[in-house]
Design a protein around this ligand. Structure first.
Ligand code: ADP
Length: 281
């Protein structure tokens, strides 16, 4: 087990029917160290992640069909962007396919809700990152009744079917739901309003959404109950401590990539012969 972990992130964070409203968002499940240890360890583990990602990329380049999909969900300020910058940012960008999903365009709205998602699934050998995802269609859509219940209700089953198909096609899916407390969100929003370098991240609707916190918690609880499958597991991430979220997601990715059991592709040329040619050149 990695240093300072009493229990691996994959088991400590796996959704297990817990109530979202009861989650201690400042906790650091499984981790025995503090911020300093967490930051030091992140630097070490980023190297491990990067090596594993290179193996996945090499696998894709040589005809392999596996890929990884990291789905990030969370309320505004939960730290999805930080995961992308600090975790995904530590691997080779050519092996990463980042997709963010905002309010659907008129064209997207003409299709079923999975249409735009399918188009962004990672290619062989890639780590795909969904910054928001098809789960918005049972979160914001449900909370604000953007479509009637008879339309969003079947989506949980449709999502499970979709994810099963994606997983059977060789994509390892990891879903992370990030939670900050209402107070921590207020602090982070205040920072966006007090720092000119953060204004660009601020959206006045983020404040209006705070009034819907209980409805969002309920919607999260339902999706965690109904879409937490063996082939596409949910991890519930307390996200008040950014250093912890980043470290934990790094561990989840390391675990997933290790689970793919990839080897470096063998040479498709005669190594000795090429060395001899090189010497003679
Ligand atoms: P962020 O807030 O993550 O920086 P954007 O401002 O681009 O990103 O857009 C995110 C917004 O889009 C969120 O408010 C989110 O709820 C909304 N959104 C995402 N998917 C959908 C959807 N399917 N239907 C309606 N709104 C959506």
């Amino acid at each position: 087990m990695a240093k300072h972990w009493a229990e691996p992130a994959v088991t400590a964070l796996r959704a297990n029917g817990q109530r979202v409203a009861d989650l201690d968002t400042s906790s650091t499940p499984g981790f025995t160290g503090g911020k300093r240890e967490g930051k030091e360890l992140l630097a070490e583990r980023a190297t491990v992640l990067s090596d594993l990602q290179e193996k996945l990329f090499a696998h894709g380049r040589t005809g392999g069909t596996r890929s990884v999909l990291l789905v990030l969900q969370g309320m505004d300020t939960a730290g999805k962007g930080g995961i992308v910058r600090h975790v995904i940012g530590s691997v080779d960008p050519q092996g990463v396919d980042h997709a963010s999903f905002g309010v659907p365009t008129p064209e997207e709205l003409q299709h079923d809700f999975l249409w735009r998602i399918r188009k962004r699934l990672p290619a062989h050998g890639q780590i795909g990152v969904f910054d928001r995802s098809h789960y918005e269609d049972v979160l914001v859509v449900r909370v604000h009744e953007l479509v009637p219940q008879r339309e969003w209700e079947p989506r949980y089953d449709l999502i499970n079917e979709f994810e099963r198909e994606v997983s059977e096609n060789g994509t390892m899916i990891i879903k992370v739901a990030m939670f900050v407390s209402l107070e921590e969100q207020k602090r982070r929003l205040r920072e966006r309003l007090e720092r000119p370098d953060k204004y660009w991240k601020f959206n006045p609707s983020d404040i209006s959404e705070r009034a819907y916190w209980p409805e969002y918690q309920k919607a999260y609880e339902t999706l965690l109950d109904r879409t937490n499958t063996d082939y596409a597991p949910w991890y519930v991430l307390p996200a008040d401590n950014k250093w912890y979220s980043r470290l934990a997601v790094t561990e989840l990715l390391i675990d997933a990539l290790t689970g793919l059991n990839l080897d470096w592709p063998p040479a498709d040329f005669d190594v000795a012969e090429q060395l001899r040619r090189l010497d003679e050149s």
